[in-house]
Write a protein that binds this ligand. Structure first.
Ligand SMILES: CC(C)(COP(=O)(O)OP(=O)(O)OC[C@H]1O[C@@H](n2cnc3c(N)ncnc32)[C@H](O)[C@@H]1OP(=O)(O)O)[C@@H](O)C(=O)NCCC(=O)NCCS
Length: 222
């Protein structure tokens, strides 16, 4: 066996690993976002345009804060396919300003009006998704001074339930703590009961502005 083959076999046997985001991961991030965007399940074909969800909930994050994005790659070393991610911003207020300036105008140009109905009729309608994509103020929660950072996390089904979600969150918390950020928050789909169980297990708590329809959770970074 060659040395290179031995190295790649050893990497595959070692299983999935977490590494920092690279620009070449951008398309994989968009794909994973789409495949997990329907309450944790596949959102392909739910909206008239499959780029909508990633353009609101994933791609602006890797463009604004690539250094706070971490990916899980499958067994096979860090060149293996990307199968999950956590995306964070340290300062949501600053992200809102960046999004308003750099992201929202292009988003509105690309997606001026809802497309043809898909027959799927999601609770989170395409009209609402378009409105959210053009309006970063939706991210300005009342607790922002105390919980300035926020995150999104998604793993493809084959990697779920193996402890990688916890590892990704811990990786982001450590990176935020290193920057002096004390607390972070997230907003989630109330229908995603699996994600809620996960966050509860990790020690996230409800923020005062949380509602049953729009849960908002927070946690310290240390
Ligand atoms: C939600 C998600 C990020 C969790 O990551 P994961 O790797 O599956 O979770 P882990 O294996 O790290 O679980 C960590 C802990 O949470 C618990 N947990 C995770 N999912 C759970 C579930 N559905 N029900 C009950 N407990 C759960 C685990 O038992 C584990 O507890 P332990 O560490 O004490 O043993 C992942 O399943 C996922 O990406 N789902 C689809 C997309 C999604 O819903 N994203 C979140 C959008 S808000």
């Amino acid at each position: 066996m060659t040395a290179a083959r031995e190295r790649s076999d050893a990497a595959a046997a070692a299983g999935p690993v977490i590494r920092p985001y690279r620009p070449a991961d951008r398309d994989a991030i968009a794909r994973i976002c789409l495949l997990t965007a329907a309450g944790g399940g596949d959102a392909t074909g739910v909206y008239s345009d499959d780029t909508l969800m990633p353009e609101v909930y994933a791609l602006p994050y890797v463009d604004y804060a690539p250094d706070l994005a971490f990916v899980v790659v499958g067994g096979g070393g860090d060149e293996a396919p990307v199968l999950g991610y956590v995306l964070g911003v340290a300062d949501t207020a600053d992200f809102i300003e960046w999004y308003r300036r750099e992201w929202a105008p292009g988003f509105r140009r690309r997606h001026p009006t809802p497309g043809a109905p898909t027959g799927r009729d999601p609770a989170y309608s395409e009209a609402q998704l378009l409105a959210d994509g053009g309006d970063p103020e939706r991210m300005r929660i009342p607790e922002l001074d105390d919980y300035p950072a926020h995150l999104h996390i998604d793993l493809l089904p084959e990697l779920q339930g193996r402890g990688l979600g916890r590892l990704l969150i811990d990786t982001l918390r450590a990176a935020l703590a290193e920057r002096g950020v004390e607390r972070l928050h997230l907003g989630m789909d109330a229908a995603n009961s699996g994600a809620r169980a996960f966050y509860d297990r990790l020690g996230f708590h409800e923020l005062p502005s949380s509602t049953p329809d729009a849960p908002r959770l927070g946690i310290g970074t240390r």
